[in-house]
Design a binder for this molecule. Structure first.
Ligand SMILES: NC(=O)c1ccc[n+]([C@@H]2O[C@H](COP(=O)([O-])OP(=O)(O)OC[C@H]3O[C@@H](n4cnc5c(N)ncnc54)[C@H](OP(=O)(O)O)[C@@H]3O)[C@@H](O)[C@H]2O)c1
Length: 275
């Protein structure tokens, strides 16, 4: 739980205003202590708003942004990219810093839509839900250092943060981290399917076995980051593991993974150029 107190020049608590109260916003606001700064979440959907208000009684939930944020507040935009333009056009003029968590929308585009150049762009991933996101963040030059630090304090609560001074790295981190939990889930899904469909394991056992493999492998890598060596250690010549690795090699699986990540990066760039 993030506990700090930022006061604005009037001695009032700083307001952190989330626009969009979905999965990613909740992963972030659930980790901020609302005793020390005022948390406000704008959620247009009444059922979702009521459910969140019951779950987080110390946060103020509103259907629309019906006040003008002060210069030292922070606005966090967390709606789906396709809802962003209409939302930005409907907002009152925002002069404080704005953090966007929306995929594919550049700071340049947001600066035009919001008539405000103080934009930071975050690329988190779904592991934010368990505090293990890999975050990439890019700050426009016009955001002052103290506000950058506040943003870092907030996003560090959901995971580990990498700061980029080139916005294209937000597209790159989308390919290597933002979308990457899905690659891992895909691999796990394939292993679980094989264990159940080909070898007749019970589905729960198949999942438990596969999760244990991933957790144990990560622990081994933490102890010894030489992954090629770790693989060689368990791949004896003419042994069983080698048979499996040979199939991966024949299919050029490493190249397939590279191609997949490049396709993801290209799509992120394309979205940034077309939205
Ligand atoms: N989830 C992730 O793992 C992840 C990872 C990286 C980046 N992101 C980015 O994070 C952003 C949010 O994703 P999410 O997964 O949290 O989506 P989400 O669960 O769909 O949340 C978006 C929420 O915003 C609400 N909303 C839309 N327009 C609004 C408006 N004008 N005023 C108030 N509320 C509004 C939506 O309400 P309705 O239900 O009425 O539509 C919805 O509840 C996206 O831009 C996505 O690219 C997400």
């Amino acid at each position: 739980m993030l506990q700090y107190r930022y006061k604005n020049f009037r001695g009032k608590k700083m307001q952190i205003i989330f626009i969009g109260g979905g999965n990613m916003a909740e992963a972030i606001f659930s980790k901020i202590d609302s005793k020390n700064q005022e948390l406000i979440v704008i959620q247009r959907n009444m059922d979702k708003r009521t459910a969140l208000a019951n779950k987080y009684p110390s946060i103020r939930f509103l259907s629309t942004l019906d006040f003008i944020p002060q210069d030292d507040d922070l606005v966090i935009l967390a709606v789906k990219p396709q809802d962003a333009k209409e939302l930005c056009k409907s907002l009152p003029r925002i002069t404080c810093a704005v953090l966007s968590v929306m995929s594919g929308i550049t700071t340049k585009t947001l600066a035009i839509w919001l008539d405000n150049t103080k934009i930071a762009r975050l690329m988190p991933n779904t592991l934010a839900k368990v505090g293990m996101s890999v975050n990439g963040v890019y700050f426009s030059a016009t955001i002052d250092k103290s506000k950058c630090q506040i943003i870092l304090d907030i996003i560090n609560t959901i995971g580990k943060t990498y700061i980029f001074d080139n916005e294209d790295f937000i597209n790159k981190i989308t390919a290597v981290a933002g979308s990457a939990p899905a690659y891992v889930f895909y691999f796990i899904e394939a292993m679980v399917n094989t264990a159940t469909n080909e070898f007749g394991f019970d589905e729960k056992d198949a999942l438990d076995i596969t999760m244990q493999i991933f957790k144990g492998s990560i622990t081994l890598i933490e102890n010894n980051p030489n992954i090629a060596q770790l693989r060689a250690n368990v791949t004896s010549k003419n042994g069983t593991t080698e048979q499996a690795i040979n199939i991966f090699e024949k299919a050029n699986l490493k190249q397939i993974i590279t191609d997949a990540e490049i396709a993801c990066y290209n799509k992120a760039r394309e979205l940034g150029n077309t939205i």
